[in-house]
Ligand binder design. Structure first.
Ligand code: NDP
Length: 239
């Protein structure tokens, strides 16, 4: 999986390990966080390894998957979680901001899918879960670049689902809404309350709730589900 050194990706890696899956994951560098996550996963009794890889770089993604296949033998599940934001109103957004977010969020999904697809094709099964966002469905102020990248992930995933279905490779998208992370811990309580009042379930989601949906879609519990876009958003109207 991509981007498991913190946040939602970290929760996904832990949840998969708790379910008994071996976990190969990456971040952009072999950081202290990566080493700590690796140790946390190993302590859960599974095989685990962190790799330094910028997944938006085609050559690095190819090398990452090659190494994982050499170390782990096979890859049954790919979770494309790595993503960034670089917010601005369109009036002020630079071309560089647009390119960087599109390239990292959508480009990385292309790079990783290209890299893993031959192995999944050969083995005749696989499950790819891509992390989108409700913003990719509904749009958002100051996030046109991010929304476009996440909407692109939906179109890309649905196309892959069609192309890969005959080979028993499923491709689905999980779209988190407002999720509590280290970042939201710093948001003032009044602002949090305002945001939550707009959510029918009146609370943010947790990273583990996103992770549980990923495990379900990746697992044998849903062998006939592909091309699905699953919002995890507490019932927000416009998702
Ligand atoms: P964080 O910023 O907390 O974590 C991002 C992760 O991605 C880190 O592990 C980071 O690793 C990795 N990463 C970023 N860029 C790259 C890259 N080019 N190559 C490899 N790894 C990379 O993000 P969140 O946990 O908040 O979000 C995770 C995903 O969920 C994203 O796709 C995001 O768009 C999506 N999402 C999040 C929501 C939220 O409320 N948080 C809501 C909706 C969707 P490192 O820094 O070590 O390189």
């Amino acid at each position: 999986m991509t981007g498991a050194t913190r946040g939602i990706g970290h929760a996904i890696a832990i949840r998969f390990a708790r379910e008994g899956a071996n976990v190969a994951f990456c971040g952009r560098s072999r950081s202290e966080a990566m080493v700590a996550v690796e140790a946390e996963l190993l302590a859960l009794g599974v095989k685990a390894k962190g790799y330094a890889c910028d997944v938006a770089d085609y050559t690095q993604a190819q090398a990452f998957v090659k190494e994982v296949l050499a170390d782990f033998g096979q890859v049954d599940i790919l979770v494309n979680n790595a993503g960034i934001t670089d917010d601005a109103a369109v009036k002020r957004m630079t071309e560089a901001q647009m390119d960087r977010v599109m390239h990292t969020n959508l480009g990385s999904v292309f790079c990783m899918t290209k890299a893993i697809q031959p192995a999944m094709w050969r083995q005749g099964h696989g499950s790819i879960v891509n992390i989108g966002s409700v913003v990719g469905i509904a749009g958002n102020y100051n996030q046109a670049n991010y929304a476009a990248s996440k909407a692109g992930i939906i179109g890309f995933s649905k196309s892959c689902a069609k192309e890969f279905a005959a080979r028993n490779i499923r491709v689905n998208v999980v779209c988190p809404g407002f999720i509590e992370t280290e970042m939201t811990a710093e948001v003032p309580k009044e602002l949090m309350d305002t945001w939550c009042s707009r959510i029918p379930m009146k609370r943010p989601g947790t990273a583990d709730e996103v992770a549980q949906a990923c495990v379900f879609l990746a697992s044998d519990m849903c062998p006939y589900i592909t091309s699905v876009v699953l919002p995890i958003c507490g019932g927000m109207e416009d998702a």
